[in-house]
Design a protein around this ligand. Sequence first.
Ligand code: C2E
Ligand code: MG
Ligand code: MG
Ligand code: MG
Length: 274
Amino acid sequence: RAKAQRGEHICYYEEGMDETARRRRQIANDLRHAIANGELHLLYQPQRSLRTGALSGYEALLRWQHPRHGFIPPDVFIPIAEETGSIFEIGEWVLRDACREAKQWPGEEKVAVNLSAVQFIKPDLVSTIRQILADTGLSPTRLELEITETAIIGDKLRALHCLRQLKAMGISVAIDDFGTGYSSLDTLHSFPFDKIKIDKSFLLRSENSAQARAIISAVLALGKSLQIPVLAEGVENEAQLLVLESEGCDEAQGYYFGRPDTPPSHHRKAVANS
Ligand code: C2E
Ligand code: MG
Ligand code: MG
Ligand code: MG
């Protein structure tokens, strides 16, 4: 009986694994056609300056509307795209679409685009971006790239070289999800980032966790001493905002200011038509 049960367990487990693997293969396969089928689109979330209250930029966030499975979140499909190499085509599509969109805005807000670590170390990244800026006519100073530390822990020299080339073009680079994973003071010091984005997990826990609040304060102090502006992600209410303001945080982003939404250029058209 015990043996049979164990047997059943193993069998069940393997079926589960099979199902997960099958689903991943399916997603990987479907992703290859997602661009051509027009299943991808970008939403834009506002970023506010806490110094002036002005809108400083929008982060482009990728969405995939699968014809049968419906909405699949980027946290699910981006890692799969990275494994299979689809990320290069997808990443280039994202950059082009975001730059084309930002070019239409009447203001000079930045557009922040997430770059995956594997994209960042690809040798032709810089020339690809240069070409996209030339094609869309967007000023490089309007483009901000968001990378996480995983992008620079591998080949540090390569990453540094790439970062310097991008910065020489006038593009700015933010370190995303700071405080999680491999974040280290050493990286911040040796890589010329233009912005630190505090990971949203700290803001989301800040009301119940003294530790989360301490980490936010520490990152703000760090940004101040290194003279790198700090943006807090995941600001959902006024209480969180007041704390950030009192501690001198430079910028903020979160549901309190606005959820990821249809492209800003669409809003204007909607207003103009009404
Ligand atoms: P991220 O770059 O750190 O983006 C911030 C995430 O936090 C977004 O999730 C956003 O919708 C969510 N968020 C913003 N404000 C709040 C808030 O106040 N509360 C809460 N609970 N969440 C908030 P999303 O859009 O699901 O994206 C998840 C991750 O997927 C992104 O994290 C980024 O790492 C990745 N991603 C999204 N678009 C792209 C892309 O075009 N390329 C690459 N390589 N990665 C992308
Ligand atoms: Mg980001
Ligand atoms: Mg983040
Ligand atoms: Mg993230």
